[in-house]
Design a protein around this ligand. Structure first.
Ligand SMILES: C[S@@+](CC[C@H](N)C(=O)[O-])C[C@H]1O[C@@H](n2cnc3c(N)ncnc32)[C@H](O)[C@@H]1O
Length: 362
């Protein structure tokens, strides 16, 4: 994947402010009950997008527009029902219908293709899956108890369940990689990861981010660390990025061990997964493996202090339901790190919702 051209931060922030103001106006232009009803049906749109991803409609249109009969035959659908599904999606700008009646891709539909540079297909498949919906059905329980619902729904905590149901586990890993493609460009553009000789990606999944960092930093070496079944596909991905000879793969549980000898330890979307007791264990294991000069790099969403919309506010509930984790503000991260023996040096925002929190052992 080539390096994307990113807009400057002030432009992104200005666009965000305008969109937020327009969204507020959009809501205020109708009575409260109408605005609420529109939000209630938003969940149906998610399921419609999920159905389109399952059927592989975007892939079926990859070579060009198709008529309804041909498209229905290709994706194995009832033509009338497919038309009704596409009618809703088209009204939201996902797919379009040309004047000759054939269906075609739009920029949003292109992100549903499995072979797009930034493909969200696996993310859509995971977030629309039955188990994900089952978890969200128990949101009220999670709010009552303050605890994740995974054990109630599946009998074991979320990450343990992913280890036993490998079909779902592999979909989850691909979904994380898929979401990772959204923020990788902004992360690489915002921080000089190449200053570290050896970078350890703890809970690095299939190695997409570490591979991209190493590709851009020809003198750096990496160690990818995750659970054994998760790193199984990493060699192919690292080879694809041309960095396999500079990246070692190690597996294990970060509650017990992490590789020693790193100049920096990268934890992307790991701390937000766990409650404070578990975080203290992970950061304790890390601290024991780190030299005093090594750096801890957390990549997290970092909640704003204000009431504006922010993706972190959704992911915060996702964490509450799935794992018992949470999103935090910058000051909450500073305090958490201090309690776990680290000093927050600086927060580096990116043009995506992700931030880099650079810390050192206290
Ligand atoms: C939310 S995902 C983030 C993955 C990756 N860092 C990213 O941002 O795409 C959390 C990761 O933590 C890993 N993980 C969960 N429990 C773990 C454990 N006990 N030891 C090591 N890794 C673990 C999962 O396998 C998964 O790859």
């Amino acid at each position: 994947m080539g390096k994307p051209k990113l807009p400057p931060m002030p432009v992104v922030r200005a666009v965000e402010s305008v969109r937020s103001a327009l969204a507020g106006l959009h809501r205020r232009l109708v009575p409260g009950h109408i605005a609420l009803m529109e939000m209630i049906t938003a969940g149906w749109l998610t399921q419609a997008i999920h159905a389109a991803a399952l059927l592989g409609i975007a892939d079926a249109l990859a070579d060009g527009p198709r008529g309804g009969t041909e498209l229905a035959r290709t994706v194995g659908a009832n033509e009338d029902a497919l038309h009704r599904l596409l009618r809703l999606l088209i009204s939201h700008g996902i797919f379009k219908r040309r004047s000759d009646g054939r269906y075609d891709l739009t920029p949003m539909a292109r992100a549903l293709r499995s072979d797009s540079d930034v493909s969200l297909r696996d993310a859509v498949l995971f977030f629309g899956s039955e188990i994900h919906r089952a978890h969200w059905t128990h949101l009220a329980d999670a709010v009552r108890t303050g605890e994740a619902v995974g054990s109630t729904v599946n009998g074991v905590p979320f990450f343990e369940y992913l280890r036993t149901d490998r079909e779902l586990g592999e979909l989850f890993d691909r979904a994380m990689t898929s979401i990772g493609t959204l923020t990788m460009g902004p992360l690489l553009a915002s921080y000089d990861f190449g200053r570290y000789r050896t970078l350890v990606d703890v809970g690095g999944g299939e190695g997409l981010l570490l591979g991209a960092i190493l590709r851009d930093a020809p003198h750096a070496r990496g160690i990818l660390f995750d659970l054994p079944e998760v790193v199984a596909d990493a060699p192919a991905r690292l080879a694809e990025l041309g960095v396999a000879d500079r990246c070692r793969i190690e597996s294990g549980s970060f509650f017990e061990t992490v590789p020693a000898g790193g100049d920096a330890y990268l934890l992307k979307h790991i701390v937000h997964d766990w409650d404070e007791e578990r975080i203290a264990t992970i950061l304790g294991v890390l601290r024991a493996a780190m030299t005093p000069d090594a750096r801890l790099l957390l990549v997290e969403l970092v909640l704003p202090e204000d009431n504006r919309p922010n993706p972190g506010k959704y992911i915060d509930l996702e964490m509450l339901i799935n794992t018992g984790g949470r999103e935090r503000t910058e000051s909450e991260y500073r305090d958490l790190l201090a309690r776990c023996g680290f000093t927050l040096i600086r927060r580096i925002p990116t043009v995506s919702p992700d931030n880099i929190l650079e810390a050192r052992p206290s």
